[in-house]
Design a binder for this molecule. Structure first.
Ligand SMILES: [Zn+2]
Length: 279
């Protein structure tokens, strides 16, 4: 879901340290922690926003980046967050997308009539920011990228105490129940998932992809108790900037654990009939 960048109307680049010096209720210790924290968050305002709106948007995104860091580790690069104004929306963030060129960008189209609480419980920012935890793997593998972000958005919201494990379990049950009929095919899962993208069955592709990471997490936890998120924290420091494709990512995950569980699971998703995986 790429988005053509508009002509830059106004750019405000604000570091986390400066941002936090404006937020009165934060303790000196919290400010200090953010000053030394890397990456930097750089806010780019593509439309006019009032100081009050900017404060709300920055609080929301900083909380979400902190939740992402606790779930997936600190990213080894700066985050460029672009804010675009949207109006008359039925949700706080009706549209968002990443742009993975020389810098790591996320664009958010926001309706500022919604409250800070509405923004913080919305899944869009955890989804988009978690995309950046792994390299861009190409449009032809978008089931993998979207599955990763869809799996991680829930883990981040759980970490941010915006949902419970029971909420997540219910969501998987509901989403996988509606996706399952689309995977009752002889072709491998990875092929079926990309056919679903071509036919615009996005929720079925996203949640089918999330099932890969749901299963991978279960396998990793049964291995040595560490979750996929725990492994990804190491991944940010060892491998994120070196890996170029899915096989690199999976082999980097496997390097952290016994055996080759991530590569073995992908082999199943690439070779076994989809109906045997999502049955
Ligand atoms: Zn996505």
């Amino acid at each position: 879901m790429k988005y053509l960048l508009p002509v830059l109307l106004s750019v405000a680049v604000i570091s986390v340290a400066i941002t936090y010096s404006n937020i009165n209720e934060k303790s000196a210790q919290e400010v200090a922690e953010l000053v030394i924290s890397s990456p930097e968050i750089l806010f780019h305002y593509e439309d006019e926003f009032t100081p009050g709106e900017k404060e709300k948007l920055e609080k929301w995104l900083i909380e979400t980046v902190k939740g992402t860091e606790r779930t997936l580790g600190k990213y080894p690069f700066d985050l460029h967050l672009y804010l675009h104004r949207s109006s008359n929306s039925s949700e706080p963030v009706p549209w968002a997308n990443t742009d993975r060129s020389s810098i790591q960008e996320v664009h958010f189209h926001v309706d500022t009539r919604f409250t800070l609480e509405d923004f913080i419980k919305d899944w869009t920012a955890p989804h988009e920011i978690s995309h950046l935890a792994i390299p861009f793997v190409g449009k032809s593998n978008s089931w993998f990228a979207e599955g990763f972000a869809t799996y991680m958005q829930n883990e981040i919201l759980l970490e941010m105490k915006q949902c419970t494990q029971e909420d997540i379990n219910n969501k998987y049950e509901q989403k996988l129940n509606s996706a399952r009929p689309y995977y009752q095919e002889e072709e491998p899962f990875a092929i079926v998932a990309m056919e679903l993208r071509k036919s615009h069955h996005y929720p079925q592709m996203y949640w089918g992809g999330a099932y890969f990471f749901f299963q991978l997490n279960e396998i990793l936890e049964s291995n040595d108790g560490r979750s996929l998120g725990e492994i990804m924290k190491i991944y940010q420091t060892c491998c994120r900037l070196n890996d170029k494709n899915i096989n690199d990512i999976l082999s980097s995950i496997d390097d952290q654990v016994e055996g080759t569980p991530a590569q073995d699971l992908m082999k199943r998703y690439r070779t076994v009939p989809a109906r045997e995986i999502l049955n």
